[in-house]
Design a protein around this ligand. Structure first.
Ligand code: CP3
Length: 364
C-alpha cells in the first residue's frame, strides 16, 4: 500500500460490488442495488448500544472509531450495496461556530443561531481539514474497514437546508423565520447561501479526497419553497456545488446524487444541473419520473418508510410495485423516500432487501 501525504493510506483496489456506482452511471447491473437513508440508526439495537457507549449522538459522530463501527452495522445484517458514512448534515454549521446540540428527544438545536445582520456578514466557510477532521477521519477508517467490499457514500446538507437550521436554530414545521428573511431580506439569505455553497463544496471534495466514492446532497427542506424561490434559493446553490465537485478519484467516476424532499414537481430542473442521480420521495411514481427525466440521470428511491412499519407482506408488495413501475433496465438505486423510522422492526428490512435483490434480477 502506498502512503500519500494528501489522502493518507487509501487502499487502491477494485470494488468487489460496484452495482451501486454502475446504477448511478446508468450502466448495466445484474440486479437493482439497495441502500437505505439512515440505515445506521436507532431501529438497530446494536446502534443504540454503541451510541450509549459514546454517551450521546454528537459524541458518536465525533468519535471516528465508534462512527465507523455504526457505519458497518447495517452491512453486517443486510446485503446492502453501499455504506454511508455515519455523521450528520449539521456538522457544517457546528464547524462555523453555531454550537450544535441535541436535547434528548427534541432533535437538533443551535446555541447561537443567526439572528443579527453582523453575524451573517461575519459568517465564513470552515476549513474541513481543521474543523471537520473527525468526519474525514471516519471516512478514511470506513474505507479501510470496508476493504473494497461495497462503495462508501459521503454526504452533506444542501446550502438551503443548512440555512434553515442556522436561521431557525432548530427544526420547525414551517421554518417561518427563514421564509420571512427570504421575502424581507433576500440579500441576507443569499449571503448565507453563498457561504454554505462554498462550505459544502469544500466539505464534499474533502470527503472524496479522504475516500468517499459517491456523494449525496440532502435538500430536505427545499420542497417547502415556492416554484420561483426553490430555483433561486435552493437549486441554484446546489448547482454551484455540483459544478465544482471532484468528478474522478482513484481512476473512477465519483457520482453525485441530489435529493430534494418534496421536489417531485421540479424533477426536470433538478436533473438538468449536472448531477448523476436524483433522489425521489414517495409522493412520485418512479415510472412517471423516469419518463420525465429520460436518460439524463439515474433515479434513487422511493419506498414510503412507513411501509416498513407494517408487515413483511406489505413491504414485499410495495417494493415489487416500485420495481415494476421503474421497469426494465439500469439507472435505479432502490432506497426509501426518506430516512428509516426508529420504530422499524429490523426483520422488515430483511424482507425489503431480499425482495429487491431477488425480484429485480428479472428487470436487468
Ligand atoms: O443515512 C445514514 O445512515 C447516515 C447518517 C445520517 C444521519 N443524519 C444520522 C442521524 C444522515 C445522512 C443524516 C442526514 C440528516 N440529518 C438530514 C437530512 C436527511 C433527512 O433526514 O431529512 C437532516 C435534516 C439531519 C438533521 C437531523 N439529525 C435531525 C432532524 C435529527 C433528529 C431526527 C430524529 O430522528 O430524531 C438528527 C439526528 C440523527 N442523525 C440521528 C441519526 C441516526 C438520530 C440521532 C440519535 O441517535 O439520537
Amino acid at each position: 500500500m502506498r502512503e500519500s501525504p494528501r489522502s493518507g493510506t487509501l487502499p487502491v483496489m477494485k470494488l468487489q460490488n460496484d452495482t451501486f456506482i454502475r446504477a448511478l452511471l446508468r450502466e448495466a447491473t445484474p440486479y437493482t442495488p439497495t441502500w437505505l437513508m439512515r440505515q445506521a440508526g436507532r431501529y438497530l439495537p446494536e446502534y443504540n448500544q454503541t451510541r450509549a457507549r459514546a454517551g450521546n449522538f454528537l459524541a458518536l459522530c465525533q468519535n471516528p472509531n465508534l462512527a465507523t463501527e455504526v457505519t458497518l452495522q447495517p452491512l453486517a445484517r443486510y446485503q446492502l450495496d453501499a455504506a454511508i458514512v455515519f455523521s450528520d448534515i449539521l456538522t457544517i454549521p457546528d464547524a462555523m461556530g453555531l454550537g450544535l446540540y441535541f436535547a434528548e428527544g427534541e432533535g437538533p438545536k443551535f446555541e447561537r443561531p443567526l439572528r443579527e445582520e453582523w453575524e451573517i456578514r461575519d459568517l465564513s466557510a470552515p476549513d474541513p481539514a481543521v474543523h471537520l477532521r473527525y468526519v474525514l477521519d471516519t471516512v478514511r477508517q470506513c474505507r479501510q474497514a470496508l476493504a473494497g467490499s461495497v462503495p462508501l457514500i459521503g454526504f452533506s446538507g444542501s446550502p438551503f437546508t443548512l440555512a434553515c437550521y442556522m436561521i431557525e436554530g432548530r427544526g420547525s414545521s414551517d421554518f417561518a423565520s427563514v421564509k420571512k428573511m427570504l421575502y424581507r431580506r433576500p440579500d441576507l439569505l443569499h449571503k448565507i447561501l453563498a457561504v454554505n455553497a462554498t462550505a459544502v463544496t469544500d466539505y464534499l471534495n474533502a470527503q472524496i479526497e479522504a475516500g468517499a466514492q459517491a456523494v449525496m446532497i440532502f435538500d430536505t427542506w427545499g420542497g417547502m419553497l415556492s416554484h420561483g424561490a426553490f430555483h433561486e434559493f435552493s437549486l441554484a446553490y446546489t448547482k454551484q456545488i455540483v459544478d465544482r465537485l471532484t468528478r474522478q478519484r482513484e481512476g473512477l467516476r465519483v457520482p453525485s446524487i441530489v435529493f430534494t424532499k418534496g421536489g417531485g414537481g421540479w424533477l426536470e430542473s433538478i436533473a438538468a444541473i449536472g448531477c448523476d442521480a436524483v433522489g425521489l420521495d414517495w409522493t412520485v411514481d418512479i415510472g412517471a419520473a423516469r419518463a420525465r427525466v429520460g436518460d439524463r440521470v439515474a433515479l434513487q428511491g422511493n419506498l414510503d418508510p412507513a411501509v416498513l412499519l407494517a408487515s413483511p407482506q406489505a413491504v414485499q408488495k410495495e417494493a415489487l410495485a416500485i420495481l415494476k413501475s421503474f421497469g426494465r433496465g439500469s439507472g435505479h438505486v432502490f432506497n426509501l423516500g426518506h430516512g428509516i423510522s426508529q420504530h422499524t422492526p429490523p426483520e422488515h428490512v430483511s424482507a425489503l432487501i431480499e425482495t429487491v435483490r431477488g425480484s429485480s434480477v428479472a428487470y436487468h
